[in-house]
Write a protein that binds this ligand. Structure first.
Ligand code: RBF
Ligand code: MG
Length: 334
């Protein structure tokens, strides 16, 4: 798969393509239907399967008055999953005013038709595009008649009687319901970041923890302790993660500031190499307990040892996914 950043990155015009366009935040099961259809159609027509997506959630740019929307997938995660889905070309567009203010017809004519030679465009039924979100599926269809491409609008799919959407998944993540989120995503929710030095308290307590530096704006599961898979350099390990503010060590002088982002710390089981500076992807399998204030560091240490033992007993938590009988596209991701 080729990844290009912006339309300028496309040096030569394509001979023909099937293009999917969308925010695709999280690349959940509904998005996967759109992407798979794009790949199948492109193969059938002997053309390239192209996915055009954005580097950030458009709503964060367009609607300044609302709360920030936390993203379910950093561009790197999108890349990884699009590759698994066998997309030929991923185009990551910077959602800057120049792009956001483009009238729908100009976008279709100058980009989709001129640069990508799209014979078919596949989008979700709720797709909107162009200046002021002025374009929709019916506008796209009439532009298709004029410029000679087909349009396929894919219906939203349901789970538990309700439509699957990024908003629904975001709510599950933010309330710690990672198992439910995994069902809608078709893989456990994961975040990745570089490992940075923490207080060093963990190694004194016999369970070294890696502190993660996570890109701003990525959705984090609710504070608490989670059973996780940690992927470092393509090897996957079992682990225990804590998301929160370490109340045991918060003193009256150093109180949590309002709006302060929680810390993400992971204890990676059976890992003895130097972990600092490495990039780690953490997949959340299950929420074990809330983060608590313990009377002493020793009491907390006892509890964490129990957490880790409980996770190791579950042993190879991947089984959890095999048991569901579902083939997760993201299996390469956990
Ligand atoms: N800190 C707390 O104050 N309360 C907790 O309940 C708590 N649970 C944790 C569970 C795990 C699995 C891990 C890895 C850390 C946890 N921590 C908790 C964070 C702990 O305070 C921190 O790792 C050490 O202070 C070392 O930085
Ligand atoms: Mg630490």
């Amino acid at each position: 798969m080729r990844t290009i950043y912006g339309f300028g990155g496309l040096k030569n015009k394509l001979k023909g393509s099937v293009v999917a366009i969308g925010t695709f935040d999280g690349i959940h099961r509904g998005h996967q239907v759109i992407i798979r259809k794009t790949v199948t159609e492109a193969k059938r027509r002997g053309e390239k399967a192209v996915v055009i997506t954005f580097d950030m959630h458009p709503q964060n740019k367009l609607n300044k008055n609302q709360d920030r929307i936390y993203s379910l997938s950093a561009p790197e995660t999108k890349k990884e999953i699009m590759k698994l889905l066998k997309v030929d070309m991923l185009v990551i567009v910077n959602f800057a005013p120049g792009f956001a203010n483009m009238p729908p017809e100009k976008f279709v004519k100058d980009i989709i038709c001129a640069k990508f030679k799209a014979g078919k465009i596949i989008v979700g039924e709720d797709f909107h595009f162009g200046r002021d979100r002025g374009g929709d599926v019916s506008i796209l269809e009439s532009l298709g008649k004029k410029h000679g491409f087909k349009v396929s609008a894919v219906a939203m799919i349901k789970s538990g009687g309700r439509k699957i959407s990024s908003t629904r998944i975001r709510k599950l993540i933010l309330t710690g319901k990672v198992e439910e989120a995994a069902k809608l995503l078709d893989r456990p929710y994961s975040v990745s970041g570089k490992i940075v030095k923490g207080a060093g308290r963990g190694s004194k307590m016999d369970f070294p923890t890696a502190n993660l530096k996570i890109e701003n704006g990525i959705a984090l599961p609710a504070p608490g302790v989670y059973e996780v898979r940690a992927k470092i350099k393509n090897k996957s390990y079992s682990g225990a993660a804590n998301i929160g503010y370490r109340p045991t060590f918060i003193t009256s002088v150093k109180k949590k500031k309002p709006g302060e982002e929680p810390l993400v710390e992971v204890h990676v089981c059976d890992y003895s190499e130097n972990i600092y500076g490495k990039t780690i992807a953490v997949s959340f399998l299950k929420r074990i307990r809330p983060e608590k204030k313990f009377l002493s560091g020793a009491k907390l240490s006892e509890q964490i040892k129990k957490d880790i033992r409980c996770i190791q007993q579950n042993n190879n938590n991947l089984l959890l996914y095999e048991r569901t009988g579902t083939k997760y596209v993201g299996q390469g991701v956990i």
